[in-house]
Design a protein around this ligand. Structure first.
Ligand code: FAD
Length: 387
């Protein structure tokens, strides 16, 4: 039987970030993922520089041989209404391809990899775990996304939770499609639904185009998506039918952070914990930051992995991401009659100040929140003080 200190279920950004920090703190770490990497992941592939900073990744290094589209502005609007262009004159975000990004983070983490292997069993044994009847682990982190089996083990039932639902298509454009695409790589476009219960996007990354739409309610999603694609064609944003079908996925937002994310010998991180930002649906940064905080918690516990010793993790997530609150759509929906909502959202999104300072700076860029930095040596210090 194989043995390790920490076994992480899920090698997405949350799991890889957790492993990267744990390995640097000298924990023997294994990542188990049911997919072989590189693997496709349904995602817009938009990240803020804070993501790279937290993981100490040099954009020049990452960008060599991989897609790293600098983003210097955004075009925002209510679907089929006046657009506002917001420019920053510097790189405020990047477009990446998840197949490349997740593979890079996984290999860079330094963890031992068990790929193409689903979690099939998780049994408590003494003060640790037996995973799949094959690996003995002192500590387990569940980072298996919205349907994470470790979250299920802790009692979560994804079918009963209210999640954001989204569909996207990402495809490579040949010369004909490139010529018929009006979207600029440096200025992606965001189009909000009139009821503010979701938004659509067009991200161009080098020769790749990513088009998608996410909503807080699953009701009518296919129609919203079909109408949006028609709108893109009618307004000549794209002059072609989508060459690949839309794929869908669901995940929880921070306001719905899962009830139980800590127990004896186990923590949840990333979508498994339900930490994606409520307003934008951005989940990569919170997945990475929660993964780093999970690793710090494990290192600081210094081998005593009781639920009581790990309990501070939840408070750390809440302190980092703020108290989970309702989103603007829910607040407006509660206070404003449906008929007025469309008119109000069109007005708000046609306003340059609101679009820049609230929509982009606050909801999307989290410009007021610096990258999470875990200073080198913190892990070692915390271990020493716990000893
Ligand atoms: C359409 C759409 C667009 C999005 N766009 C963006 C965006 O542009 N920017 C952004 O920041 N966020 C975006 N998100 C959210 C983002 O994709 C997620 O929040 C992020 O991937 C969460 O990372 P994670 O590591 O928690 O989980 P994941 O990335 O989902 O990784 C989980 C891993 O666990 C593995 N796994 C699952 N079950 C098992 C099992 N039983 N056994 C073993 N392994 C298992 C999976 O194979 C997977 O590799 C988008 C989401 C959707 C649906």
């Amino acid at each position: 039987m194989d043995a390790c200190d920490l076994l992480i279920v899920g090698g997405g950004p949350g799991g890889s970030a957790c492993a990267w920090r744990a390995v640097s703190g000298r924990l023997d770490t294994v990542i188990l993922d049911r997919s072989q990497f590189p693997r496709h992941k349904v995602c817009g592939g938009w990240i803020t520089p804070a993501v790279l900073e937290s993981l100490e990744i040099d954009p020049r290094h990452y960008g060599a041989g991989r897609t790293l589209q600098p983003i210097t502005g955004f075009r925002t609007s209510c679907i089929d209404s006046r657009e506002v262009e917001i420019t920053y004159g510097k790189t405020v975000s990047y477009g990446i391809r998840r197949s490349e990004f997740d593979d890079y983070l996984l290999r860079r983490s330094g963890a031992r990899l068990h790929l193409g292997a689903s979690l099939t069993s998780l049994e408590r044994s003494g003060d640790g775990w037996i995973v799949n009847g094959q690996i003995r682990a002192r500590m387990v982190v569940g980072a298996g996304g919205h349907f994470c089996p470790v979250a299920r083990f802790l009692g979560a039932d994804a079918r009963k939770e209210v999640a954001v639902v989204a569909q996207e298509a990402e495809f490579e454009m040949d010369a004909r499609l490139r010529a018929a695409c009006a979207i600029e790589g440096e200025v992606p476009e965001l189009y909000f639904c009139r009821d503010m219960r979701g938004y659509a996007w067009c991200f161009r990354k080098d020769d790749y185009l990513n088009i998608g739409l996410g909503r807080l309610d699953a009701h009518g999603l296919p129609k919203h998506v079909a109408d949006f694609v028609e709108f893109l064609k009618r307004t000549k944003k794209i002059g072609f039918d989508l060459p690949s079908p839309m794929q869908g996925h669901a995940y929880l937002l921070l306001r719905d952070i899962r009830g139980k994310i800590v127990d004896d010998g186990v923590l949840l991180a990333g979508d498994s914990a339900g930490v994606a930002y409520s307003q934008s649906g951005e989940g990569i940064r919170p997945a990475i930051e929660s993964g780093l905080l999970a690793a710090e918690t494990v290192l600081a516990a210094n081998g005593n992995y009781s639920a009581a010793r790990l309990a501070g993790y939840r408070a750390q997530l809440e302190a980092r991401f703020g108290n989970p609150r309702g989103d603007l759509a829910t607040e407006l929906g509660r206070r404003v009659p449906v008929k007025l909502l469309g008119a109000i959202s069109r007005q708000l999104l046609a306003n340059r100040w609101f679009s820049r300072h609230v929509v982009i700076d606050k909801w999307f860029l989290h410009a007021d929140q610096p990258a999470l930095k875990v200073p080198a040596g913190v892990a070692a210090d915390s271990q020493a003080s716990a000893a």
